[in-house]
Design a protein around this ligand. Structure first.
Ligand code: HCA
Ligand code: CU
Length: 380
């Protein structure tokens, strides 16, 4: 899994998210933030989608970002001719290969698909631009059809092939098998695009890399059609565990939170409470037993180090599950001096109130301060 690359599609798949509308300025802001984070590629909406989409694509190409700029088109010469004039570094073409898409979407057979794929690939390559060919709805396509089309596009020198779980139906075992099989028929890099309808987007992405794929499509916060695709942040959480040095040296992980806030505000959603890394409680420890061990060594209950992402760990002590180690830490923070036994006593008082109602930090602080005052008052 070392050496993987990211194709961020917030400005293509992400535009297909229910709430998304990015004006030119917002697209440029997001493109710059993605580039600063360090994604390898930025994928943009097709220039034939609308007049403004084409202009925005040209504007982003002119920014001179480090990330390569891609646009995403149907497997059709009409689209390809417009795409190569925008200034992009690469073109991603896609065509539906499942029986659903062949019957209810474009109505073409596999021979027609192969013929137009070859034509588009040769044309885009002749312009000195990178080209990726992908099948749409790959996991509900006939395997023989799929392998044939990939063999064909590989032989005409496509730069990457992609597979897409368009409906989010695949599970990791199916992903592993398909990538393994595909690797035996193509010589180029493999890219993967996973929707999250059944909650498998990140596991599928990870498994695809294990099976030998090289590139993963992501969106910030996982936005996209329906409930979206692989979230950039969630994939980072998975990958930093698998390839810590690579991930830490390649991506500016401290910029993740701001990038997510930027996109969340643009599409008017909140960052989910259970979001990996940036969810509000992602590094909050609560139970007394956890708090004690975290204070001794954070790795006891943390697989991710919040510092790697510019986040901070928090020990939630204002509750009835708290323990005296957490309270002792709070006592120290308040610059008060209590013995261990006194900390245990005051913890009992806190738990007692915590049994009656939810507590906040002020409640705990005043219990501690009152207790401290009481034991410090000379007895007459
Ligand atoms: C769609 C197309 C796509 C394309 C994926 C890709 C999908 O919006 O239906 O080009 O890799 O999910 O199949 O996003
Ligand atoms: Cu998609």
């Amino acid at each position: 899994v070392e050496n993987f690359q990211l194709i961020d599609s917030t400005l293509r798949e992400g535009e297909q998210f229910a709430n998304a509308f990015f004006d030119t300025e917002k697209k440029i802001e997001i493109a710059k933030a993605l580039d600063a984070f360090g994604v390898d590629y930025i994928e943009l909406t097709s220039p034939v989608a609308s007049e403004q989409s084409r202009k925005d694509c040209e504007a982003i190409c002119k920014l001179g970002l480090k990330a390569k700029i891609l646009t995403h088109i149907r497997c059709h010469m009409d689209d390809a001719k417009v795409a190569v004039e925008t200034g992009v570094d690469g073109v991603d073409v896609v065509i539906g290969t499942s029986k659903f898409l062949r019957e209810y979407s474009h109505g073409k057979d596999m021979n027609y698909i192969a013929k137009s794929a070859v034509e588009v690939i040769e044309f885009v390559k002749s312009k000195g631009i990178e080209i990726r060919f992908s099948s749409e709805d790959s996991f509900r396509s006939d395997l023989v059809d799929l392998l044939n089309i990939y063999k064909t596009v590989s032989s005409v020198g496509v730069n990457r092939v992609g597979i897409a779980d368009t409906v989010g139906c695949a599970n990791p075992r199916q992903v592993y098998e398909l990538i393994r099989t595909l690797k035996s028929v193509v010589s180029c890099d493999i890219e993967c695009h996973f929707h999250n309808d059944t909650g498998c987007a990140i596991p599928n992405a990870y498994t695809a890399l294990e099976a030998g794929a090289r590139l993963i499509d992501t969106c910030v916060l996982g936005i996209g059609e329906r409930n979206g695709i692989v979230p950039l942040g969630g994939l980072m959480a998975r990958m930093i565990v698998a390839a810590p040095e690579y991930v830490k040296s390649k991506y500016k992980l401290h910029k993740l939170r701001d990038l997510e806030v930027l996109v969340a505000e643009a599409v008017e959603v909140n960052i989910p409470f259970n979001n990996p890394i940036t969810g509000f409680c992602a590094f909050t420890h609560k139970a007394g037993i956890h708090a004690k061990a975290i204070l001794a060594n954070p790795s006891t209950y943390e697989i991710l180090n919040p510092n790697d992402f510019g986040m901070t760990r928090y020990i939630h002590f204002a509750n009835r599950l708290t323990g005296w180690n957490a309270i002792k830490t709070r006592v120290d923070q308040l610059n008060l001096h209590l013995t261990d036994q006194q900390c245990k006593d005051v913890t009992q008082k806190i738990k007692k109130l915590g049994d009656i109602r939810p507590l906040n930090v002020d409640d705990v602080d005043s219990i501690i301060k009152d207790y401290h005052a009481e034991i410090s008052t000379p007895q007459l």
